[in-house]
Design a protein around this ligand. Structure first.
Ligand code: NAG
Ligand code: NAG
Length: 505
């Protein structure tokens, strides 16, 4: 009878050691849950408050316009971003119509939401892109030439044409006093087409359409390449200064940088310093995967939160909340079930889920199965990585960053606990990378840095200090699987002894 006793003591030690981390984990979970729920409630608020949003008055002399087309993997994000941008303009009480030049493929539901927002829709046929076969053509630019439809909005005296990745810090109605074409240089020699002023004109539109159909040279095959070719002498034009008496200028002008502040400059200083013009509009030209509407872009890039503040105050998050709540519920249930199963396994004498016959010993001979430690380790590490990847992928892309990360932390923790159960792994090492990720988010989001370089160094320093822990986790997980293999013959032997003893009895 000595044998089973010793074993139960072994289990006792394990379970008391693990009991401790269980309590810790329960606290972490309750905290996360409370956080997720609190934020969900917080974010649902503005959505309801905004339902009665008054439409902007139609029939103005000028317009802010953007375009929407279908056929990229990111159509939905662009639709959300367009709504947020136009509603943020409405909130700034601009004295202009808000217009979306929508391709005829844009879904009815989206169109209805724009109309509900008080936006005027202009439905157009996509302009076929003659540059789509040229080398290095980026498919997401397939229909960006639709932008020239802005020149057909001849109901308006001036149009400010916008990409959806513009963040307005203040109202910019003085732009309507600019001339036939005005744009800003955020690059020393190529002007940016994320925001420009134009005077609509059928004649200009027709001549541009003619150039496109005849395949005039265009380096990037997109609107930027096309328009910089069309207004190739903009660099030599005078700078735009709004006339004090409000009359409209004639001619072509450069816009001050303050109308297109490249977010990349912000990250260097963590503040804006464009001293020579109004700081009005932020643009996000670089790295498509870090556009500010993606939840993961903050706290990697701090301005993501500013964009989401605008979303929170305009269209809210109503469309994502049901899915996120369902995900959170699923994770919590998974976690509770996994904990119950784990408690059972630890407190009874039963074997772990993926059990027995791991390697050598009489048992493996019995069943004939032979799992290699290497394969088991590979599977365990794959399961750990997957526990982080799957929750990341299924968070809705345009979720609020705080909710997105909380949901990801909750989801990865719940899947990690399942992984710990299946492979019977030690808790702390497996949770270590999770703690590491949590830490790096805090380091990135900390509002203490004097500039972007210090912040980058802090993140680098954190990664440097955290890497030994990751290494420790790898060796611990690996050792625990080796131990399982080494113990297997003993366990099998113990089982055999038990059987013999029962038979003897
Ligand atoms: C421009 O063309 C459109 C459609 O062809 C027409 O409705 C509009 O009146 C024209 N505008 C001007 C100013 O000629
Ligand atoms: C408005 O000011 C501009 C210069 O800023 C001047 O050229 C123009 O004549 C003025 N127009 C009126 C109506 O005063």
């Amino acid at each position: 009878m000595a044998e089973p006793k010793r074993r139960s003591r072994y289990f006792c030690q394990v379970s008391s050691g693990e009991q401790f981390s269980h309590t810790e984990m329960t606290y972490a979970k309750v905290g996360l849950l409370a956080f997720v729920l609190a934020t969900l409630i917080l974010l649902a608020g503005p959505q309801q408050a905004d339902a009665a949003h008054a439409p902007v008055k139609a029939g103005a002399k000028n317009a802010y316009a953007t375009m929407l087309y279908m056929g990229t993997p990111r159509d939905y994000e662009f639709y959300v971003a367009a709504r947020v941008m136009l509603q943020s303009l409405a909130k700034l009480k601009v004295n202009a119509d808000l217009v979306v030049i929508a391709s005829s493929a844009v879904p009815m539901k989206w169109r209805r939401n724009f109309l509900k927002d008080g936006v005027r829709l202009v439905i157009v046929e996509d302009i076929q892109n003659p540059y789509r076969h040229q080398p290095k053509f980026d498919m997401r630019f397939m229909f960006t030439l639709n932008k020239i439809y802005a020149w057909t909005l001849t109901d308006y005296e001036r149009v400010v044409m916008l990409d959806v990745d513009n963040l307005f810090l203040q109202k910019t109605d003085e732009l309507f006093t600019c001339g036939q074409f005005c744009a800003a240089f955020i690059n020393p020699c190529i002007f940016h087409t994320g925001l420009f002023v134009l005077e609509p004109s059928n004649e200009t539109f027709n001549s541009m359409l003619y150039d496109i159909q005849n395949g005039r040279e265009n380096k990037d095959g997109a609107d930027q390449g096309f328009l910089t070719g069309h207004f190739s002498d903009l660099l030599d034009r005078p700078m735009f200064h709004p006339p004090g008496n409000g009359t409209k200028l004639n001619g072509i002008y450069r816009l001050p940088l303050g109308y297109q502040m490249d977010a990349s400059y912000y990250y260097l200083k963590l503040k804006w310093s464009v001293p020579c013009g109004p700081n009005s509009v932020v643009t996000f030209p670089s790295v498509p995967m870090l556009k500010p509407w993606y939840w993961w872009s903050y706290p990697v890039l701090p301005l993501g939160l500013s964009w989401h503040e605008q979303r929170r105050h305009t269209i809210g998050y109503g469309s994502e909340i049901p899915l996120m709540a369902a995900e959170a519920l699923f994770y919590i249930i998974t976690m509770i079930v996994a904990m119950i199963v784990r408690q059972r396994v630890l407190t009874t004498d039963r074997a772990p889920l993926l059990k027995s016959c791991l390697g050598r010993g009489p048992c493996s001979l019995e069943s004939g199965s032979m799992v290699q430690p290497f394969l088991l380790k590979a599977a365990a590490f794959l399961a750990i990585v997957t526990s982080f990847v799957i929750p990341f992928i299924i968070v809705p892309t345009t979720a609020h960053p705080l909710i997105g990360w909380a949901l990801w932390l909750l989801g990865s923790q719940s899947l990690l606990i399942v992984t710990i159960n299946i492979f019977h792994l030690p808790v702390l090492p497996v949770i270590t990378p999770w703690l590491g990720f949590f830490g790096v988010l805090l380091v990135m989001a900390a509002p203490i840095y004097i500039n972007g370089i210090v912040r980058a160094l802090a993140i680098f320093g954190y990664a440097f200090l955290a890497s030994p822990f990751l290494w420790w986790m790898l060796t611990q997980v690996s050792a625990s699987i080796d131990l399982a293999f080494a113990r297997e013959p003993l366990m099998a032997y113990a089982n055999l002894r038990k059987k013999e003893m029962i038979e003897e009895w």
